[in-house]
Structures are given as C-alpha cells and as structure tokens.
Design a protein around this ligand. Structure first.
Ligand SMILES: [Zn+2]
Length: 163
C-alpha cells in the first residue's frame, strides 16, 4: 500500500500522519517513535519533558491552550501526531485544555493510573507514549468524556484558511 498518498487537503510538515488519519486501516500499523531519555531531554523543553516523559502536570491555567479558541489541530509535542481538534474542544473551566474526543481514536492510548491515591485513566500519545493528561467521564455530549490535557504536551497547528 502506498503510505505516502496525499489527501486533497493542504498539508503541513510531518503530514504523512494526516494522510494516515484519513485512511483508517493504516492506523492499526502505526509505528512507535522510540527515543532515549537523553534524546527526549534534548528535544523537549524542561517543562515539556517533565510533563510528557515523567507524567507531570502543568499548573492549571499556566498553559497556552486552556483559553485558546482558534480553529486547528493540536498535535503531540513529542512526535507531531495529530491528537485533538478545535472542533472537539470545550471550556471545562478546569484551567486545562479539554476535549470530548480525540481527532482519531487510535492516536491516543489509555492506561490505568493509580498514582496520588486516585484511580484515573491516563491518556498517552499512541505513537511516542508521551503522557498527555487524563480522561474523565464527566464531559459533554456526544461522548460524555473529558480529555483533560496538558497544554505543554501539545503543539497547535492552525487550520489552513485556504481549505
Ligand atoms: Zn507523540
């Protein structure tokens, strides 16, 4: 199968993934991005590293995206995989950017997080295992889910006005 097939949309750098997102069966074979700890430290800012590689949490309202309303896609800061869309973003009032669903379900992974004397569902990038935040079951329709995500785990890519 030709994995470099382009869609008709205007694509930014790293766009193979956007193409893959449009071709659902390809998601099953997503290849992992694996880096050493030293490589992640070199690639990320200290705060990005602390949150995404050490399961940290940014201070509420400290990130750039909790009150951010521009149309576009929020990609993984570690590997560029599109994770969330402004179309699914809502104001949760928590101080963290919140979404009721990922842009493509297979782009996020979840696992049980029993830290801090709580049982929560951790949300990770499916490709590079970056810690993104947690998902809770008190979100709005249509899913009832609230993906509570750290701004520093995300990189915003504005939607092309030519679309
Ligand atoms: Zn990633």
């Amino acid at each position: 199968m030709n994995r470099t097939r382009k869609t008709g949309r205007a694509l930014a750098a790293g766009t193979l993934l956007v193409s893959l997102a449009a071709a659902a069966p390809e998601e099953e074979r997503m290849e992992k991005t694996v880096r050493t700890d030293a490589e992640w430290r070199a690639l990320l800012t200290p705060e990005q590293y602390r949150v995404t590689r050490q399961q940290g949490t940014e201070r509420a309202c400290s990130g750039p995206f909790h009150d951010h309303h521009a149309p576009g896609t929020y990609a993984c800061v570690g590997c560029g995989l599109p994770l969330f869309s402004s179309d699914h973003k809502f104001d949760s009032g928590t101080g963290w950017p919140s979404y009721f669903q990922p842009v493509v379900p297979a782009h996020v992974a979840t696992r049980v997080d029993r830290s801090h004397f709580m049982v929560r569902t951790e949300v990770l990038c499916a490709r590079c295992d970056a810690h993104l935040g947690h998902v809770f079951e008190d979100g709005p329709p249509p899913t009832g889910l609230r993906y509570c995500i750290n701004s520093v785990a995300l990189r915003f890519e504005p939607r092309s006005p030519a679309k």
